[in-house]
Design a protein around this ligand. Structure first.
Ligand SMILES: O=P(O)(O)O[C@H]1O[C@H](CO)[C@@H](O)[C@H]1O
Ligand SMILES: O=c1cc[nH]c(=O)[nH]1
Length: 252
């Protein structure tokens, strides 16, 4: 069946997927795959399929913001994806986690408008614990001198503010580590559709104006962190796939 917005046939889509905002990041991830094929590039959604460590996966860009990303997540799940990992960037809330650090999001604070229109206020946006554990273990293995944290992130609709203040101080006080723009949609939709999801983000600077240096997601240190999170996410999928086959075929 043709997925109308991604413009991919569901029969072509495997059970595992990496998703990211930037179509160029999707292409960079795809370069690491074996037997890679580009299936479509429709709007901001660029879709590749290939294999990594023997695991078949899709790599798809979802653009900026929850509404557009939600379309991508929904169509991937309708096409048969059962495990999604977002490989993103985020702004840091603390000088303990400078640009170049990695954060694995255990849950997203839902300040976005999209999930409010899908579920009531008390509904959590929470990651799958197996995916979090696989990402954390994979990130520890390849981290080098990179700071790797796991904890809450904030999903916000706003990148450039208007006359309202950013809510960063409040969410930092509540324990959030970083802010980005799509994880709440991913976690809520994954829960509603009974699939599992997780996210790893490379910190590209400070979101909080009191800490802020100029925002620049194109520095070497951010580039290296993105490279590391891609590797961690691919290795995490291999771990999850191995665990999945062990559960399906337990040793006698
Ligand atoms: O790096 P990606 O995955 O695009 O994610 C972050 O970067 C974009 C903002 O520049 C937003 O989409 C935010 O969530
Ligand atoms: O949404 C985002 C993404 C990266 N960095 C930020 O400060 N905000």
């Amino acid at each position: 069946m043709l997925m109308p917005i991604l413009q991919v046939e569901s029969e072509e889509i495997p059970e595992y997927a990496l998703v990211c905002g930037d179509p160029r990041r999707a292409a960079a991830i795809a370069e690491k795959l074996d037997n890679v094929r580009e299936l479509a590039f429709a709007r901001e959604y660029r879709t590749f399929v290939g294999e990594y460590g023997g695991v078949k996966l899709a790599v798809v860009s979802h653009g900026v913001g929850c509404p557009g990303a939600a379309v991508c997540f929904e169509e991937l799940i309708r096409a048969g994806v059962k495990t999604l990992i977002r490989v993103g960037t985020a702004g840091s809330y603390s000088t303990d986690n400078p640009a170049g650090s990695l954060v694995i999001s255990t849950a997203a604070i839902r300040t976005d408008g999209l999930t409010r229109q899908l579920v009531p206020d008390g509904f959590p946006a929470v990651a799958d614990s197996d995916v979090v554990n696989a990402l954390y273990a994979a990130a520890q293995e390849i981290k080098g001198d990179t700071v790797v944290r796991k904890g809450m992130t904030v999903t916000l609709d706003v990148f450039y503010n208007g006359i309202e203040e950013f809510p960063h101080k409040k969410w930092k006080a509540a324990g959030a580590l970083a802010v980005e723009m799509e994880i709440s949609a991913l976690y809520v939709i994954a829960s509603l559709r009974s699939v599992r999801a997780g996210a790893i983000v490379a910190l590209d600077g400070y979101a909080d104006a009191d800490l802020a240096a100029d925002y620049d997601p194109h520095t070497d240190v951010v580039g290296q962190a993105v490279e590391r999170e891609i590797q961690a996410a691919l290795n995490a999928l291999v771990r999850l796939s191995t665990e999945d086959s062990t559960h399906l075929n337990p040793p006698c």
